[in-house]
Design a protein around this ligand. Structure first.
Ligand code: ADP
Ligand code: PAZ
Length: 419
């Protein structure tokens, strides 16, 4: 039973407005984090099928079947949909579930008892915090899955099933990484959400949470909001794009009279002290451009996470570090800073890699956990990808092509078989 993949299809046309018939929807899963709610569900699409090479064709009367352990299962074709909402606006998520008729989306089988149809998989702290709200508003019971388990199974699933999921990003160059399924483990998974968790992954369900830091995405957004008065995370990111951190950061050259500290490999342009210039000048916050503040902040936090990640990889002799979480947001400067930090501290030994579905690891893990149910197993068999896979993009293009607006929905085509 293998998850396979060829090509991808992402779209946003049916995620936003069209309500699907209830029996077309299943495996609704939520990851309710400190800042964002991530939602994933599967919708059946009987109008097309995909062969082993990823080619689409109209579907005939009898569905394709897959054999496994001497049993024969029908292959179903459809899409996995993704959506996200701010956790402080949880009501928008409730409304989305109601308006798109996802209420009975947890269960696959028609013969399942009604009580099971009102249960959906949920992970993240909000699965505990908002359990009563979901029950009172939608009559939904949240079946809680551990968030670290979900992060790992989501990451393993993406790395194995989605072609061109992982990539490196350095000096404006994006390069997709070919994942060898037989040589995937061990790796370090760094999830940068509100806070940061670092997990040493040794296999499916085999992992250890080796570290974490409270200086994460929430810190960037929280401090950035206070310091720049930005109204949204995207505005803050956009601002950072236009800024110059050297106005605020104290560089080695500022301390060494323009020279490198070459004895210890510190170039004059290396940041010696983030925000260090703000103390040496007689200036107030208003005297600094918000874009420069945003840039320094993004660089400080990304660099710090890159460094701590590398130190943890070093602790366990890990060469590959995969970064997930919505802090990254496909943002060129963020990825570049993290990559440079990992490269600098490891002297080129370790590699930072990023995931295209960065923020949905936990939600996908909860989605996959339906597989554990007795009558409602699901095996994602194949993801079909058609997005451009060219080797390099400019920073701007990555930012705008991978990052969506908060409520933008997108989906990937896939085939599954139920067991
Ligand atoms: N639209 C957004 N609104 C708020 N934060 C966002 C947004 N997009 C990206 N982020 C960043 O993503 C972080 C949350 O990432 P996520 O992986 O969803 O974590 P969590 O599970 O803690 O909510 C935020 O702290 C912020 O840095
Ligand atoms: C507590 C959390 C697991 C919650 O996950 P999140 O909502 O941030 O994605 C995470 O914020 C975290 O790992 N914080 C860092 C805690 C620490 O190790 O210091």
């Amino acid at each position: 039973m293998e998850a396979r993949c060829s090509g991808i299809e992402r779209n946003s046309e049916d995620g936003g407005s069209k309500a699907l018939a209830p029996d077309e929807i299943s495996h609704l899963a939520l990851d309710i984090g400190g800042t964002l709610i991530k939602l994933v569900y599967f919708s059946r699409n009987d109008s097309w099928s995909v062969d082993d090479k990823g080619a689409k064709s109209p579907k005939g009367d009898s569905p394709l079947r897959v054999s496994c352990s001497n049993l024969d299962y029908p292959i179903l074709y459809g899409r996995i949909h993704f959506a996200k909402f701010e956790t402080i606006k949880v009501n928008e998520c409730l409304e989305f579930i109601r308006s798109k008729k996802l209420l009975h989306g947890g269960c696959w089988h028609h013969e399942a008892p009604v009580s099971d149809k009102n249960v959906i998989k949920a992970t993240g702290g909000g699965a505990y915090k908002f359990a009563d709200l979901f029950k009172e508003n939608l009559g939904l019971n949240l079946d809680k899955e551990d968030e670290m388990d979900c992060l790992v199974s989501g990451a393993n699933f993406l790395l194995k099933a989605v072609h061109h999921e992982a990539f490196t990003y350095m000096d404006g160059q994006k390069e997709f990484v070919q994942i060898d399924h037989n040589d995937l483990y061990p790796y370090l998974l760094v999830n940068i959400g509100s806070g940061v968790s670092m997990l040493k992954v040794d296999g499916d369900g085999k992992f250890e949470r080796v570290s974490g830091t409270n200086v994460g995405g929430g810190t960037f957004w929280g401090l950035g909001r206070l310091l720049t008065k930005c109204k949204s995370f995207d505005e803050l990111l956009e601002l950072s794009h236009q800024g110059n951190n050297r106005v605020i950061d104290m560089l080695v050259g500022d301390i060494y009279g323009g020279m490198d500290y070459s004895k210890f490999g510190l170039a004059s342009t290396t940041i010696a002290s983030s925000f260090g210039k703000a103390i040496s000048e007689n200036k107030e916050l208003e005297d600094y451009r918000p874009e420069d503040v945003a840039r320094s902040l993004l660089r400080m936090i990304s660099n710090n996470i890159g460094q701590i990640s590398y130190l943890n990889a070093l602790r366990f002799g890990l060469k590959r570090i995969f970064f997930g979480g919505f802090f990254i947001r496909g943002h060129a400067y963020t990825m570049d800073t993290i990559s440079v930090a990992v490269n600098f501290w490891s002297k080129g030994e370790a590699k930072a890699m990023f995931l295209r579905h960065e923020g949905f690891l936990g939600a996908l893990g909860a989605f996959m956990s339906y597989e554990k149910n007795n009558y409602d197993g699901l095996m994602v068999h194949q993801l079909v990808e058609q997005v451009s896979t060219s080797a390099s993009y400019s920073g701007d293009k990555i930012h705008s092509s991978l990052a969506g607006d908060l409520n933008d929905s997108e989906s990937i085509g896939c085939s599954v078989y139920t067991t």
